[in-house]
Design a protein around this ligand. Structure first.
Ligand SMILES: Cc1ncc(COP(=O)(O)O)c(C=O)c1O
Length: 349
């Protein structure tokens, strides 16, 4: 069966062209700083994001966690949004690896305001942890791929600077925000002390993320990468896939956004589906199913029987993510199947 797989944009496989450049990549021992392909990737992304330096890392989680460690001391507090990947899906690593406490604040569609953050910053007090870092996420995964308004980020950055607090961005899907808005990566990254970006999500590389920031921050991050077991040797073979992905799969993210929009506009018409179209800004659709006769779990099964894979986000929430392998024909078939399964109110399933 031809599976139409919307479980995540991480499921993409390297294309034949990508595999070819990976196989032919020039390599060296990257722990010695000798891998020319890794060095080229780091220089290229530092330039693209307007930062002094970059560090290639195995995963987005490692990128976030080494950044947290490089910016904080044990016992300090980090402000995050309550649905952030760092808070939700990184195994409690901030406590385990950096000895910091997370302070989750509930945002609207993943967005915290500067006022909300200002109210949560700890005053100087011998009893309280010191707030030393704020982490934002753009685009925001659990909020449905929503884009953080740049002006709000700039307000938060001014507040952070005033208070002497560092600002980190989980930019696993910052590429999507850049394509969707036309705002350059450089403009998106400017307010932050550090940003992590992933090559293995929408860009379609099999492995790899990168952290950018000042030279002194990257030196510290480098130390933690080694400590976490992320020092890799002839890793140019992987960095070549990331370089290829950045060159060939960045602009095409607009196709993923168009596909998500087409699906969302069809879903919103169907009985039992609750979906706020305003949240469908990039390649993720999160919707709720409250149908009289069809449970979310049963819908997932029935889609499965029709060759379509989606995942549950807990409760009645379901998620669809579009990516490199989803075609116009897949989108048409998906809409037709959803209409067939849900399009008749009152039908017994
Ligand atoms: C917003 C966000 N940040 C970080 C990550 C972590 O990336 P990785 O799976 O490479 O550790 C993900 C993964 O899906 C993510 O969605």
């Amino acid at each position: 069966m031809h599976w139409i797989d919307y479980r995540s944009d991480t499921i993409t496989k390297p294309t034949p062209e990508m595999r070819k450049v990976m196989a032919e990549a020039e390599v060296g021992d990257d722990v010695f700083g000798d891998d020319p392909t890794v060095n080229r990737l780091q220089e290229r992304v530092a330039e693209l994001t307007g930062k002094e330096a970059a560090l290639f890392v195995p995963s987005g989680t490692m990128g976030n966690q080494i950044s947290l460690n490089a910016h904080t001391q044990p016992g300090q507090e980090v402000i995050v949004e309550a649905d952030a990947h760092i808070f939700y899906y990184e195994c409690g690593a901030p406590g385990m690896l950096s000895g910091v406490q997370l302070r989750p604040l509930s945002g609207k569609h993943g967005v915290l305001t500067a006022e909300q953050i200002a109210a949560a910053i700890r005053p100087p007090d011998v009893h309280q942890p010191q707030t030393s870092l704020i982490c934002l996420e753009n685009t925001h995964n659990r909020a449905g791929g929503t884009i953080y308004p740049l002006e709000e980020i700039q307000r938060i950055a001014r507040l952070a600077r005033e208070k002497g607090i560092k600002l980190h961005l989980d930019g696993a899907r910052l590429w999507n925000a850049a394509v969707a808005t036309g705002i350059s990566l450089k403009e998106w990254c400017e307010p932050f002390d550090s940003v992590s970006l992933c090559f293995s999500k929408g860009l379609g590389a099999p492995i790899g993320s990168i952290v950018v920031g000042s030279r002194s921050f990257i030196e510290r991050a480098h130390y933690y990468r080694k400590a976490y077991g992320g020092g890799m040797r002839q890793v140019g073979i992987i960095a070549a896939g990331a370089l290829y992905a950045g060159e060939h799969h960045f602009e095409r993210l607009a196709d993923d956004h168009r596909h998500a929009r087409q699906i969302a506009e069809a879903l919103v018409e169907l009985p039992g589906i609750q979906l706020n179209l305003d949240t469908v800004q990039t390649n993720i659709i999160i919707f709720e199913l409250n149908h009289p006769t069809l449970s979310p779990a049963r819908l997932v099964e029935q889609l499965n029987d029709n060759g379509i894979l989606i995942i549950s986000m807990g409760g009645n929430k379901l998620r669809i993510v579009t990516h490199l392998h989803i075609t116009d024909a897949d989108v048409e078939k998906t809409i037709a199947v959803f209409r067939q399964l849900l399009g008749h109110p009152g039908r017994i399933h």
